[in-house]
Design a protein around this ligand. Structure first.
Ligand SMILES: *[C@@H]1O[C@H](CO)[C@@H](O)[C@H](O)[C@H]1NC(C)=O
Ligand SMILES: *[C@@H]1O[C@H](CO)[C@@H](O)[C@H](O)[C@H]1NC(C)=O
Ligand SMILES: *[C@@H]1O[C@H](CO)[C@@H](O)[C@H](O)[C@H]1NC(C)=O
Ligand SMILES: *[C@@H]1O[C@H](CO)[C@@H](O)[C@H](O)[C@H]1NC(C)=O
Ligand SMILES: *[C@@H]1O[C@H](CO)[C@@H](O)[C@H](O)[C@H]1NC(C)=O
Ligand SMILES: *[C@@H]1O[C@H](CO)[C@@H](O)[C@H](O)[C@H]1NC(C)=O
Ligand SMILES: *[C@@H]1O[C@H](CO)[C@@H](O)[C@H](O)[C@H]1NC(C)=O
Ligand SMILES: *[C@@H]1O[C@H](CO)[C@@H](O)[C@H](O)[C@H]1NC(C)=O
Ligand SMILES: *[C@@H]1O[C@H](CO)[C@@H](O)[C@H](O)[C@H]1NC(C)=O
Ligand SMILES: *[C@@H]1O[C@H](CO)[C@@H](O)[C@H](O)[C@H]1NC(C)=O
Ligand SMILES: *[C@@H]1O[C@H](CO)[C@@H](O)[C@H](O)[C@H]1NC(C)=O
Ligand SMILES: *[C@@H]1O[C@H](CO)[C@@H](O)[C@H](O)[C@H]1NC(C)=O
Length: 334
């Protein structure tokens, strides 16, 4: 590595001559001495910088905790003020709309009028053969879905006779190759993917009253009695593409409040054209109802039963395959 013999070197500088013309003249610079003075300068700078840094750090160490403390205190005051000024049902994370109340153990909103684990109030569990009806544990069937959305609930909406409700689904279902995310459910035990009807006099299938794809889990003159857990609910479980959509119908019969008709209709995201019906309570065992599915008022259709005595038992499942036009019936426990 060759070092320059003389570290001093020329640099060119611009000067103005007496005649007023700019010209470049060489200037000798003492690099060595410049370096020395630069080093001294560097040293002073460094000291000053370190000193400033030290002061800065000290200030930060004092001011940051004060700032954070102040900040935190102001939030706490704000939140505690708002929560103390509102009613005890207020929750920090989730807002539940009555009759849903926040359960801080399950971290969910629970419907205290129908939830057998939170009946009337959080964590009030009904005994095994009791259910929660309008917030009271009673000896009648209860809602099985544990995280359901309410379409109609007698405990808040009162009684219902021959009514129907539109429901927008969280994901589309397909039956008889008809795909939709809007269905209509009726209080007469019918679920329509197209136009619907509240006619309560059941007939054989196909029924010309229902123009489109229709499911008849229990077409009969059913009735929702007020101040019970009766109603129509639904819930989506699982994750895309294996979600399960469950509708739960729980009713009595027109003028027969001690009869119970309690069943679920299930749709599977991974199995189009399949619909399952699960029966829990069927007081008249099918003697005045129609069970089946149809694609239109002229069919195709699958008829399971029509006003047939002892055609259906509790704890029974029927799976309709609308592609094959067949059904399977099985028993299940719980
Ligand atoms: C205080 O809380 C209320 C309601 O929760 C909110 O609207 C407001 O923005 C909050 N104020 C501050 C300073 O966070
Ligand atoms: C306090 O309230 C603010 C807004 O007012 C909110 O962003 C924050 O999540 C609340 N904190 C707690 C612990 O609830
Ligand atoms: C949860 O709620 C109950 C009352 O419902 C209350 O007694 C308990 O202190 C709450 N627990 C927490 C961690 O907030
Ligand atoms: C629950 O059912 C059992 C037997 O099925 C019965 O012995 C018991 O009395 C019932 N309890 C209530 C509160 O109805
Ligand atoms: C609902 O019940 C299912 C089992 O049927 C369970 O896996 C799930 O955790 C329950 N959800 C809630 C919110 O209790
Ligand atoms: C049932 O009552 C709730 C609460 O008042 C209301 O939001 C909902 O729209 C009602 N549903 C029907 C179908 O009337
Ligand atoms: C329900 O859906 C039908 C179409 O299927 C529509 O004609 C009717 O207006 C809807 N009703 C409500 C209340 O949205
Ligand atoms: C339902 O309960 C409410 C409030 O407890 C009561 O005023 C009403 O009379 C009850 N209705 C029926 C049909 O029992
Ligand atoms: C299809 O979905 C159902 C309901 O979520 C699930 O029980 C079943 O395991 C799924 N089938 C397959 C093959 O993933
Ligand atoms: C009924 O069960 C048989 C035999 O397990 C099966 O091959 C058929 O696909 C099932 N049908 C329906 C509609 O599930
Ligand atoms: C549904 O569509 C598939 C494919 O186009 C066809 O094979 C099947 O027969 C159709 N099913 C019905 C019930 O129309
Ligand atoms: C249906 O299953 C439930 C739960 O296993 C059971 O308590 C009930 O007795 C069964 N009902 C009938 C009629 O077998």
């Amino acid at each position: 590595m060759d070092t320059p013999a003389n570290e001093n070197e020329k640099i060119w500088m611009k000067v103005k001559s007496s005649s007023g013309i700019e010209e470049l003249v060489p200037r000798l610079v003492d690099v060595q001495s410049a370096k020395n003075s630069k080093n001294r300068l560097k040293y002073r700078c460094c000291l000053l910088f370190l000193l400033l840094l030290l002061i800065g750090l000290i200030l930060l160490a004092i001011l940051l905790p004060i700032y954070l403390l102040k900040h935190k205190t102001s939030i706490t005051i704000n939140n505690s003020t708002t929560s103390s000024s509102s009613i005890t049902t207020a929750t920090p994370q989730i807002t539940c709309i009555y009759p849903n109340v926040y359960n801080n153990l399950t971290k969910t909103c629970v419907n205290i009028l129908i939830d057998s684990n939170n009946c009337g109030q959080i964590n009030n569990k009904c005994s095994l053969n009791m259910s929660c009806s309008a917030g009271i544990c009673v000896d009648v069937p209860g809602i099985l879905l544990n995280n359901s959305k309410t379409i109609f609930s007698s405990s808040v909406n009162g009684s219902a006779d021959d009514q129907m409700f539109n429901v927008t689904l969280p994901w589309p279902i397909t039956i008889y190759n008809r795909t939709t995310n809007i269905v209509i459910v009726t209080t007469d035990g019918v679920l329509c993917l197209d136009a619907c009807s509240t006619i309560y006099t059941e007939t054989n299938l196909p029924s010309n009253v229902f123009p489109g794809v229709t499911i008849f889990p229990y077409w009969d003159d059913l009735y929702i009695y007020s101040n019970t857990s009766q109603g129509i609910y639904y819930q989506s479980d699982g994750n895309n593409p294996n979600r399960l959509l469950t509708f739960e119908f729980y009713m009595s019969h027109y003028q027969l409040p001690r009869e119970y008709y309690h069943f679920q209709v299930l749709f599977f995201e991974n199995s189009s054209n399949i619909v399952q019906v699960k029966y829990f309570q069927v007081s008249d065992r099918g003697s005045t109802c129609t069970i089946g599915v149809q694609a239109s008022s002229t069919g195709p259709f699958i008829s399971y039963s029509y006003d047939q005595e002892n055609s259906i038992d509790p704890n029974t499942s029927i799976i309709f395959n609308t592609n094959l036009g067949t059904f399977n019936k099985t028993s299940f426990e719980s």
